[in-house]
Every structure is written in structure tokens, then in C-alpha cells.
Ligand binder design. Sequence first.
Ligand code: SF4
Length: 160
Amino acid sequence: MILVSSCLLGNKVKYNGEANDNPLLKRYGRYMTAICPETLGGLPIPRPAAEIQSGDGHDVLAGKAEVKNAMGAVVTEEFRGGAEKVLEFVQKHRIQVAILKANSPSCGNKMIYDGHFCGKKIEGQGVTAALLMQNGVQVYSENDLDEDTLQRLIAMYKEE
Ligand code: SF4
């Protein structure tokens, strides 16, 4: 089984109530299981945008950084809780590969926003991406995959 960020498959779970439609992933969506860590953590749709402050997902998991939304509310526990539920699901189903939305404070695998809500990105992982990586899951973003690579992953990891 391959895990995928729910918003990439067209589900309207983003903070602004929209999706991040990805046509390539949608074409192969039948081989994937969609999940949204932020809604799993109890956050509503829509919700204010949130960013990690002074760190990345690894720092949040280590208790060294927090997540705040654009209204100034701390939502660290919701982000951690969602990530832990995703990890529980991954371990239960022995999932080895995830394709997560680039740049998200939960799902980003290489870059995240810098915490100032100004559109600037920094290197680092979102909270869920960090937790999955720490537990041996291969985490890709939609930007890492061309169709050949995706087909190869599906051939290796899809459920028969
Ligand atoms: Fe998409 Fe991940 Fe954000 Fe949910 S938490 S809307 S799956 S990027």
C-alpha cells in the first residue's frame, strides 16, 4: 500500500477548504490510500493557515518548536496528534512509502514555510513527514515523481 496526502487526490481538506489536485497521482489513485494528518489531528476545514515556528517537524517532535496558525493560536498538539495517528496507520498496515504534499507544515518532505506567513520557504520537514522518516518510511513529494518512477513504486508496493 502507498500512502498519499488526501489533498493531492482532489479531496478538499486544505486549510482553505480547497484541494491540491494532482492529475498524475489522481490517475493512479486506486493504488493509494489517502490521509490528511491535520484533519486527523482534529483541525477543521477550513482552518487558518499554520506554520512551524523556529524549526521544522523534527524540532516539533523533539519539543523544541511549536506550530502556530496565522491567528497566533498554538496548534502543536493537533499537528503532533495527527502525525501520530498517521504513524499508527502506517505501522498497522506495514506501509513503506508515502507521497506527501510538498512544502506543507505537516506533509512537506524537503521544504516548509519559514514561520512568518510571508511565503518564504526553508529546508526542513513537516511534522508528519518527519515522524514517518524517523520510522523508516520513504517519503516522496508530488514533485519528486515522474510517471515512470510512480509506476515503479506502484509495482513494488501496491496491494494485490
Ligand atoms: Fe494536504 Fe497534508 Fe495539508 Fe492535509 S495536512 S491538507 S494532506 S498537505
